[in-house]
Design a protein around this ligand. Structure first.
Ligand SMILES: Nc1nc2c(ncn2[C@@H]2O[C@H](COP(=O)(O)OP(=O)(O)OP(=O)(O)O)[C@@H](O)[C@H]2O)c(=O)[nH]1
Ligand SMILES: [Mg+2]
Length: 447
């Protein structure tokens, strides 16, 4: 992905902060210059870059870090927060309800392709979409739409002579829940296109008017978004071709500055190359700090127990909690995937210290461990050190497992405990890389 340029640039900026000896005016200015260079290379508008830098400078030099955060940590937090709001603040929500969507945009921006991507998006979420071909100006346009529709197996309406008649017919005949209207492109937003779009708007009464803007136009995205919005009114933006340009940062920042929300980003030519846009997630991914937001979401949906997680991370936990935690982590995907999402653990060499094979504990083993733990007395669960020969024999018998199974479980338990203690820097959640990560991403305090 060509966003790599922006990603590695920002990553270096964060690394720079992490490597600072002191956070004084000079150091801040050096980091800011670095950031400016990265953003300008990604074609972000100079004025926007300037505004962003002075906001960051103001905060880090004049505000006191919240308790528990060092100045350096606070700097990282500020940069992260500001970048997120710079690229859009909130995720562009999109609901799964019956609706009519009109796609508009200039020539070759990706309207027809994204009509197909959206249809697929709804279809994979259990809704019935239809595609309506309102581009009657370019003869091949409807064939293109038909081909796309055939591939993802959704109905097409594209037979009437004019865009208006096509829309009317589809509205009358279609029984699908989500109607996606493709429209004609132009070189520029001229009077003729504006009129046709206005007509379509009045006939369709769309719930969403999505402007498709290719990322490779960079900062020009802002002007385009503002012009289209003034003329026909848009409810959101799709930025297409994010996969193929170094200007993506410019396009995203510009689109966000236009006041319209970016709802989707297109990341390829295939009908599945569509992502819902969430600035937080996007930045986290870009800088490689782990998909923190994703971690939180997943943790929630898996019934993640924060108290238990805290104990685990502090290296204080019993076999009971160990087992519960393993179970909930399995719900979140593999433990190693989750660990990967935690900066300070991934790439720290810490992962290598985990017991071999532990990271993908299979269902089978989990069951065995459950039986073993169930056969233990409370004092044994609290302090496995007391589990010696006769106890091992008793537990093996009671749980229908072998003595080596029990030794293996205890060995794993101890080793994980040790690693977690190290990851916590011996100081548990208050300091250490895990604590820092949590604070940086707003997970401190509550946990
Ligand atoms: N790499 C990449 N290519 C894309 C993406 N979206 C669209 N394209 C390509 O861009 C070209 C134009 O896409 P279309 O969907 O035909 O654009 P359009 O806006 O309908 O064009 P007109 O109808 O002629 O105005 C096609 O070759 C697409 O395959 C994307 O997200 N990534
Ligand atoms: Mg088209």
């Amino acid at each position: 992905m060509v966003l790599d340029g922006l990603g590695s640039g920002l990553k270096n900026t964060f690394k720079r902060i992490a490597g600072l000896g002191v956070v004084d005016k000079e150091a801040v200015e050096m980091v800011i210059r670095d950031l400016q260079r990265v953003l300008l290379q990604s074609d972000v508008d100079v004025k926007l870059v300037f505004e962003l830098s002075s906001r960051i400078k103001e905060k880090i030099l004049k505000e006191k870090p919240p308790t528990g955060l060092t100045l350096k940590e606070y700097f990282i937090r500020i940069l992260y927060d500001e970048l997120v709001s710079f690229l859009g603040e909130e995720p562009g929500t999109f609901s799964l309800k019956p609706q009519k969507i009109l796609l508009i945009g200039l020539f070759a921006s990706g309207k027809t392709t994204h009509a197909g991507k959206l249809a697929k998006w709804f279809k994979t979420r259990g809704m019935g979409p239809a595609l309506i071909g309102c581009d009657v100006h370019r003869p091949a346009a409807r064939d293109q739409l038909r081909q796309i529709a055939a591939k993802i197996d959704v109905p097409v309406y594209a037979d009437e002579k004019t865009a208006e008649a096509t829309a009317k017919k589809a509205l009358k005949e279609s029984k699908e829940e989500v109607m996606i209207f493709d429209s004609a492109g132009r070189d520029a937003l001229d009077a003729e296109l504006a009129k046709e779009l206005k007509n379509l708007g009045e006939i369709i009464k769309p719930d969403e008017v999505l402007l498709v803007i290719p990322a490779d136009i960079g900062q020009a995205a802002r002007k385009q978004a503002e012009e289209f919005n003034k003329l026909v009114g848009i409810t959101g933006i799709i930025i297409s071709k994010m996969d193929g340009t170094a200007k993506a940062g410019g396009a995203l920042a510009a689109a966000s500055a236009s006041g319209a929300k970016v709802k989707f980003i297109g990341v390829g030519e295939k009908s599945s190359d569509l992502e819902q846009y969430d600035p937080k997630r996007f930045i986290s991914k870009l800088i490689g700090y782990g998909d923190i937001q994703g971690l939180i979401d997943k943790a929630k949906s898996a019934g993640f127990d924060e108290k238990a997680a805290k104990k685990i991370m502090e290296g204080k936990f019993t076999l009971n909690e160990f087992y519960e935690q393993l179970k909930s982590m399995q719900g979140m995907g593999s433990l190693s995937k989750m660990m990967d999402m935690i900066p300070g653990l991934s790439g720290s060499g810490m992962m290598k210290k985990m017991p071999a094979g532990f990271m993908d504990v299979q269902e089978e083993k989990m069951k065995k461990w459950k039986y073993i733990i169930d056969s233990m007395t409370e004092p044994e669960k609290e302090d496995p050190d007391i589990i010696k020969n006769t106890r091992i024999a008793r537990i093996a018998k009671g749980s229908g497992t072998s003595e080596s199974d029990i030794k293996e479980l205890i060995k794993n338990f101890k080793q994980v405990k040790k690693v977690m203690k190290m990851a916590g820097g011996g100081k548990g959640l208050k300091r250490g890389p895990l604590a820092r990560m949590m604070k940086q991403f707003g997970m401190g305090g509550g946990m």
